[in-house]
Design a protein around this ligand. Structure first.
Ligand SMILES: [Zn+2]
Length: 379
């Protein structure tokens, strides 16, 4: 674990440890902090620790985050979760049998290293053994839709992809942002109206044409991540879902899809904010037959990395037949982004990912806000 991540993990533990817990739990927390400081925990143990912490449900977050955490826990239980902030590599699954097409090593190859969560989020540690090369190539194409859609935002918030932080350039090629040694350089041509600055509001706003993408491919990409971290015994409810994400035809009418909306939370914090953890979780409906649980989907997936948090319901689940009226998830599930930045620093938007045609020439806008720290920067 790098020192920054170690500090982050410890500060989270301390925050939760300050909660009104019994003495035994408090002692356990103190011991865990000592173990982290001494680098005694493996990545697997760290992942489990974050899952546990999530269950305990942190005490002193802002009211809005607390409220949403409470609501979430009433309806859902955390089924699976990974909090990736270390260096130790972790491979899901022991057998080389593809979970997506069903083929084994006898029928296909498993030479590629399959990322459970795409490279472009900064994932260097969580992989799976159960994705064959053919499926891996197919899913790589889904990832490029999402990477295209997020390109400007990834560049502005300095998320290190496969090799480096991605560059961004406008269609004319006259304005661009490149990163070198973690410093962002902006080349700006007035003709592009790419960049505007509001000194008063301490906001920089970037407006540019997005690289082309197919909306539903982004939803498939997120769903694929969910199906990758899902426990094996739950996959029986997602046979249609597996077929759907593997179908290269995005406009096939053979699936009874409900509306596909993803919720996206984005921080407006400036470049290189240093928050680099990746957080992915599946929540499963408690199915208590209470009003809320009966109108909510069986499973939801959240992915948070850098300044962004996505959430989706996992579609085409055979246990969701009764959900005829479900359109979109009614609240934002708290993630590391809420816990780290606080919900008042987040912008929320609903992404309509129902579109099956390629979107070309869409304008996208992203703002960065910086605030002077008055205690250290007095004039
Ligand atoms: Zn396969």
């Amino acid at each position: 674990m790098t020192d920054i991540n170690k500090e982050e993990l410890i500060s989270l533990l301390i925050r939760i440890g300050n909660k009104d817990l019994d003495d035994q739990t408090k002692r356990n927390f103190t011991k865990k902090i000592a173990d982290i400081e001494a680098n005694k925990l493996s990545q697997t143990q760290i992942n489990k620790l974050f899952v546990l912490m999530n269950k305990i449900n942190a005490g002193d977050y802002d009211e809005d985050t607390k409220e949403r955490t409470k609501l979430l826990n009433e309806i859902y239980i955390l089924l699976e979760g990974y909090y990736l902030n270390g260096n130790e590599k972790f491979f899901l699954g022991t057998n080389k049998k593809c979970r997506f097409c069903g083929k084994s090593e006898l029928d296909t190859t498993f030479k590629n290293i399959s990322h459970a969560i795409p490279n472009f989020t900064g994932n260097r540690t969580l992989f799976s053994n159960y994705e064959c090369d053919l499926c891996n190539n197919k899913f790589g194409k889904l990832e490029s839709h999402m990477a295209n859609f997020m390109n400007l935002r990834h560049t502005l918030t300095a998320i290190k992809g496969k090799n480096n932080i991605p560059s961004f350039k406008t269609i004319s090629g006259k304005s661009r942002i490149d990163h070198k040694d973690r410093i962002g350089k902006i080349k700006y041509d007035q003709e592009d109206s790419f960049f505007s600055l509001d000194e008063e509001d301490k906001t920089a706003t970037f407006t540019a044409t997005t690289r082309s993408y197919v909306p539903v491919a982004i939803y498939k990409c997120l769903t694929k991540m969910a199906l990758t971290i899902m426990p094996e015994d739950e996959l029986i409810y997602f046979e249609e879902t597996l077929k759907w994400i593997s179908d290269v035809q995005h406009d096939s009418p053979s699936y009874n899809l409900r509306s596909l909306y993803a919720d996206l939370s984005t921080t407006v914090s400036p470049l290189n904010n240093g928050f680099s953890t990746i957080y992915c979780q599946i929540y499963k409906n408690r199915d208590t037959r209470k009003f809320m649980s009966s109108i909510m989907p069986y499973m939801v997936f959240v992915l948070a990395y850098g300044s962004f948090a996505f959430q989706i319901h996992i579609p085409l689940c055979s246990r969701d037949i009764q959900l005829t009226d479900f359109k979109q998830f009614p609240f934002y599930i708290p993630t590391s982004v809420d816990y780290h930045f606080g919900s008042s620093f987040l912008q929320r938007e609903v992404l309509d990912l129902n579109g099956k045609e390629k979107v070309v020439g869409e304008k996208q806008q992203h703002s960065l806000k910086w605030k002077r720290n008055d205690s250290t920067n007095k004039e």
